[in-house]
Write a protein that binds this ligand. Structure first.
Ligand code: AGP
Length: 577
C-alpha cells in the first residue's frame, strides 16, 4: 500500500527520492509525488506510474538536499493529483506524507475549517498539514507533538518545514517507519527503499516522533528525547534486482527451494515459539489464510484436537468465549496486514496466547504477538505472494514437530522438482484465452492449495476463478461447468485417489477441460493434461502442489499481457482494515 521515503544528506534529494519510490512500487500504488525543501517547499505529483512522475520532473526544477516522497494507494478519495501526497499546508509552510488512516478525520476537518482553512483534497492526510501550521510557533517538533496528540487511528508521517529546509520530521503510530543512517539520513516505511549509502536503521516505536538532519536523528517520546537502538540494515531487507528474470514473481517462484531451506534450517524464533495450549486457532488473510487452511489436517493430527482456521477480518467479530490456554497463530508474510494485527490485538484482549509467523522480523505483527517464528524467505516484491506461501507451510511443518520433521526436510528438494515439472505449463496457458471461469479443486491439504491457485489466477490474470473443496462442486458450482471450462484438479493424497477420479469424471462428463496436479499416475491418466509431482507428505503437500498453480497463473497472465508484479487495484501489504 502507501509508501514513504525521505532523505536529507547534503546532496540533491530528488533522484534519491525517485529511486526510493521505485523500490516502493511493489507495495501497490496509483499515484506518487515528491516535495523538496529549498528556498521554499516545491512539489511534483502525478497519477499513475513513477515513470509519469519522472517525466513531469524533467519539466520542473526541484532543487534541494532534503525532501520527502510518497506512493499512494487510494482510500480517502480517488487517485487524483489533489489527493496525491505530499500535501501542503495552506500557508506553504509544511509538506506532509502519510501512511495509515486518521479515524477522526471529519472532526479535524471541521476544526481546520473553523480556523478559516478550506481543504483542497478529499484526504485525511491533508488535514495533518493544516494542523501542523495551526500549532506551529517556531519549533516543528513541538507542532508535530501537538498535532499527533489530536490524531486517532494509524499514521506514519514524514514532514518538511519551510523554515528548516535541511530537516525532516517524523511520527509513528501503528504504521511502520524506519530511520536510516549512513551517508545522509533517510526516512522510510520500508527498508527496501533505503539508498545503498544507508547501513544502519532505527525502527521507530508507537508514539515516537523524530527530527532528522543530514548527520543523524533525535527521537522523542512524549516530548522527551529518548535513546534508540540502531541495528545493521541487513542486505536481505533491501530489494534485490531481477537477476535476469523478466518479473519478480517468477524470480521469487524459483527462489522457493532456497527460501524453504532457510525457513527450516534456521532457528529464527522466540524461545517459547511452539505449539502450546489447549487449542489452536490459525489466523491470516488471503494467501496466509490459504497456507493455514492447508495445514489444518497436520495440526489436528499433532494436537489431537480440532483446529480453527479464521480469516483475520472475521475473527474480530466471532463471539467465542475466551478459552483459557488457547493459542492463536497469526500468519502474515509482511507482518503489516491491518486485519491480522487487529486480530492479534483482539486475541490478546481475550487472553489467548499469540504467536506470529512472519517473513519480516522487525514487523508490527512480530512486536504485537507474545512470540514469533520468522520464515526468512527474503524480500518478496511481487504483489502475488509465492515464496511467502510455501515458507509459511514449511514453518507450520516445523511447529508440528518430530512426526513431520523428515517430511519437512524433504520440502526444498520437492519444491525444486515441482518447479521443473511446471515448466511445461507455458503451453497450457493457451487454453485459458477465452476462459469465462476457472475452477481449482482439491480435498484436505489440497483444498488449501486449490484456494491459493484460484487466488493467484484472479490476482494477476483477472480471470474469475473459484477454489473449491472437490466434494462441494456437485452442491451447486458444477452448474458453471460447460464445454472447455478449465478445471485444475489437485490430488496429492493417495488415500483420496478414488474420490478424485470420481470428481474428475464428473467434470469431464460435462465438457470440462481437466489439468491434473498430482503424484498419482492413475489420476494423471484420467485428466486431459497433468503436471506430475514427486510424492509428498499429504499433510504438507501444499508447499509443493501450489508451485504448478503459481506457474500456471503466471503463464496465463503473461499471455494476456498483464502487469504481473503490480496487478491492478492490489497492494503488497494491506495496511487498512
Ligand atoms: C497474495 O498473493 C495476496 N497478495 C494477498 O492475499 C496476501 O496474501 C494478503 O494480503 C495477506 O498478506 P500478508 O501475508 O502480508 O499478511
Amino acid at each position: 500500500m502507501c509508501g514513504i521515503i525521505g532523505f536529507t544528506g547534503g546532496r540533491d534529494a530528488a533522484p534519491i527520492l525517485i529511486a526510493g519510490l521505485k523500490a516502493l512500487e511493489y507495495r501497490g500504488y496509483d499515484s506518487a509525488g515528491i516535495a523538496v525543501a529549498g528556498k521554499k517547499i516545491t512539489s511534483v505529483k502525478s497519477v499513475g506510474r513513477i515513470s509519469a512522475l519522472e517525466k513531469k520532473l524533467d519539466e520542473t526544477t526541484l532543487v534541494g538536499d532534503c525532501g520527502i516522497g510518497h506512493t499512494r494507494w487510494a482510500t480517502h478519495g480517488c487517485p487524483t493529483e489533489e489527493n496525491c501526497h505530499p500535501h501542503m499546508s495552506a500557508d506553504g509552510k509544511f509538506a506532509v506524507v502519510h501512511n495509515g488512516i486518521i479515524e477522526n478525520d471529519k472532526e479535524l476537518r471541521a476544526l481546520v475549517r473553523a480556523a478559516g482553512i478550506e481543504p483542497i483534497s478529499d484526504t485525511d492526510s491533508e488535514i495533518v498539514a493544516h494542523l501542523l501550521s495551526l500549532y506551529y510557533d517556531g519549533d516543528p517538533v513541538v507542532a508535530l507533538g501537538r498535532t499527533v496528540s489530536r490524531l486517532k487511528g494509524s499514521f506514519a508521517l514524514g514532514v518538511l518545514c519551510a523554515d528548516h529546509p535541511d530537516e525532516i520530521y517524523a511520527a509513528k503510530m501503528r504504521s511502520p517507519l524506519l530511520i536510516g543512517y549512513g551517508d545522509g539520513t533517510c526516512l522510510s516505511s520500508d527498508g527496501t527503499a533505503m539508498p545503498q549509502s544507508i547501513n544502519e536503521i532505527t525502527v521507530l516505536a508507537d508514539g515516537q516522533t523524530a527530527r532528522l538532519t543530514k548527520n543523524g536523528a533525535t527521537v522523542y517520546f512524549r516530548g522527551r528525547q529518548v535513546q534508540c537502538e540502531r541495528t545493521k540494515l541487513k542486505s536481505s531487507r533491501r530489494a534485490a534486482g531481477l537477476s535476469g528474470y523478466p518479473h519478480y514473481m517468477i524470480k521469487e517462484m524459483y527462489e522457493q527451494p532456497e527460501a524453504i531451506a532457510r525457513t527450516i534450517s534456521s532457528e529464527c524464533r522466540g524461545k517459547r515459539a511452539g505449539l502450546r495450549g489447549t487449542g489452536v486457532s490459525l489466523i491470516g488473510c488471503g494467501s496466509s489464510y490459504n497456507a493455514a487452511l492447508s495445514c489444518r489436517p497436520m495440526l489436528e493430527r499433532v494436537t489431537g484436537r480440532s483446529v480453527d482456521v479464521a480469516l483475520a477480518g472475521e475473527f474480530l467479530y466471532s463471539e467465542r468465549v475466551p478459552a483459557y490456554g488457547r493459542q492463536c497463530i497469526l500468519l502474515s508474510q509482511s507482518g503489516e496486514t491491518a486485519d491480522t494485527i487487529s486480530a492479534a490485538e483482539e486475541a490478546k484482549r481475550r487472553g489467548y496466547g499469540t504467536l506470529a509467523i512472519t517473513n519480516v522480523h522487525a514487523s508490527t505483527l512480530t512486536r504485537t504477538c507474545d512470540d514469533y517464528l520468522c520464515t526468512r524467505a527474503g524480500p518478496e516484491i511481487s504483489v502475488a505472494t509465492t515464496k511467502g506461501f510455501t515458507t509459511q507451510v514449511a514453518a507450520l511443518g516445523l511447529l508440528a514437530g518430530n512426526e513431520f520433521a523428515a517430511a519437512v526436510k524433504e520440502l526444498p528438494g520437492l519444491a525444486e522438482k515441482a518447479l521443473r515439472a511446471s515448466e511445461g505449463l507455458k503451453d497450457s496457458a493457451v487454453k485459458f484465452d477465452n476462459a469465462g471461469c476457472v475452477f481449482f479443486m482439491g480435498r484436505g491439504a489440497d483444498y488449501g492449495a486449490a484456494l491459493e491457485g484460484a487466488l493467484k489466477l484472479k490476482e494477476i490474470s483477472y480471470i474469475p476463478a473459484i477454489g473449491i473443496a472437490a466434494g462441494e462442486l456437485k452442491h451447486g458450482s458444477i452448474s458453471l461447468i460447460e464445454k472447455g471450462t478449465p478445471v485444475i484438479a489437485v490430488c496429492t493424497d493417495d488415500r483420496l485417489i478414488g474420490k478424485s477420479l470420481l470428481s474428475i469424471a464428473t467434470v469431464k462428463t460435462r465438457g470440462g477441460f481437466v489439468i491434473g496436479v498430482t503424484s498419482s499416475p492413475e489420476v494423471a491418466a484420467a485428466c486431459d493434461e497433468a503436471v506430475m509431482l514427486p510424492p509428498v507428505h499429504p499433510m504438507l503437500s501444499a508447499a509443493v502442489s501450489v508451485i504448478p498453480l503459481q506457474r500456471l497463473a503466471y503463464e496465463v497472465a503473461l499471455r494476456l499481457g498483464r502487469d504481473i508484479d503490480k496487478p491492478r487495484n492490489l497492494a503488497k501489504s494491506v495496511t487498512v482494515e
